[in-house]
Design a protein around this ligand. Structure first.
Ligand SMILES: NC(=O)c1ccc[n+]([C@@H]2O[C@H](COP(=O)([O-])OP(=O)(O)OC[C@H]3O[C@@H](n4cnc5c(N)ncnc54)[C@H](O)[C@@H]3O)[C@@H](O)[C@H]2O)c1
Length: 281
């Protein structure tokens, strides 16, 4: 609608976001709320989810929170039912929860079996579980937006994985490539129900996740000797980002808000890099 203010971009919509107790998920939840949406925040960390929900209430928007482990279909189903009962319907679903690897990731050069099972279980199966839980509701309403949080690391391993750095990041990159492919497939299946399915591929953000990657480089890379994790992150940004700066959770939230809005009603099956140009395909 011409003249719609950004703060009304998602007015009247209800959104649910997984892994939203901190980092990118929190940023997405706050941006969606600031654009007029009611937001139900979930995380495996119940207190973190509750605290983001209360930040949203402080903004004057409606919110709720729940403890959800995206590997547990029962906990997702209970949350979705609760959110529908409390807020009337769900218009927007953002499967965001993700992990870089298993315990000990920062000290390992090569992947473990647990890295594969955790990244697959949370980053891929957890995304599938979340979309599966919401799809029947959206199909019934013949309306909905699903915005998966993938990664530009699912496009190409450049920038973090270099010869000699070991294999520890392979499971994560493969899981994110699967998330992008899943987005394409789901868009084909759900398009007939007027449900848009897209992905946002964040670049590099200084959240606990990237801190783990930088700690891994600090501990194991010969070219990182004497540098702090934050210095390694800054060098990585300078070397790989045409725009020369890191992304913020708010940057990712803005892209999600666009894809979840009526302005993007003809966009589906796309994966949008929000990565300062680090990877261009
Ligand atoms: N930080 C980056 O640079 C970056 C880049 C590209 C993509 N991403 C993706 O963005 C998403 C968020 O990343 P982040 O940087 O905010 O990470 P983060 O580690 O800061 O936050 C992840 C959140 O997910 C939650 N979580 C973990 N396991 C869960 C589970 N089983 N069920 C529910 N919640 C769970 C955690 O409690 C945490 O709140 C992830 O999917 C990540 O892969 C991050």
């Amino acid at each position: 609608m011409p003249g719609t203010h950004m703060k009304d971009q998602l007015a009247g919509k209800v959104a649910i976001v997984t892994g939203a107790g901190r980092g990118i998920g929190r940023g997405i939840a706050l941006v969606l709320a600031s654009r007029g949406a009611t937001v139900s925040v979930s995380d495996i960390d119940e207190q973190a989810a509750a605290s983001v929900a209360s930040e949203i209430s402080d903004l004057g928007a409606s919110s709720s929170s729940a403890r959800v482990d995206v590997t547990d279909t029962g906990s997702i189903a209970a949350w979705v039912s609760q959110a529908i009962a409390e807020h009337g319907a769900i218009d927007i679903c953002v499967p965001n929860a993700g992990v870089i690897g298993a315990a000990g990731f920062t000290e390992r050069k090569d992947y473990s079996a647990d890295d594969w099972s955790l990244t697959w279980g949370i980053n891929v199966q957890g995304m599938v579980n979340t979309a599966d839980a919401i799809a029947p509701h959206m199909k019934e309403r013949r309306s909905g937006k699903i915005v998966n949080i993938a990664s530009h690391g699912g496009r190409a391993p450049r920038g973090v994985a270099e010869p000699g750095r070991g294999t520890v990041q392979i499971p994560y990159g493969v899981s994110k490539a699967a998330a992008i492919q899943y987005t394409h497939h789901l868009a084909i299946e759900l398009g007939q129900f007027n449900i848009n399915v897209n992905a946002v591929c964040p670049g590099r953000l200084w959240t606990p996740m990237w801190e783990s990657i930088a700690k891994n480089h600090a501990a194991l890379s010969t070219d990182a000797k004497g540098l702090t994790p934050r210095e390694i992150f800054d060098l990585n940004i300078k070397a790989s980002m045409p725009l020369g700066r890191e992304q913020t959770p708010e940057d990712i939230g803005k892209a999600v808000a666009f894809l979840a809005s009526d302005d993007a009603s003809e966009i589906t099956g796309q994966a949008l890099n929000v990565n300062g140009g680090a990877i261009m395909s």
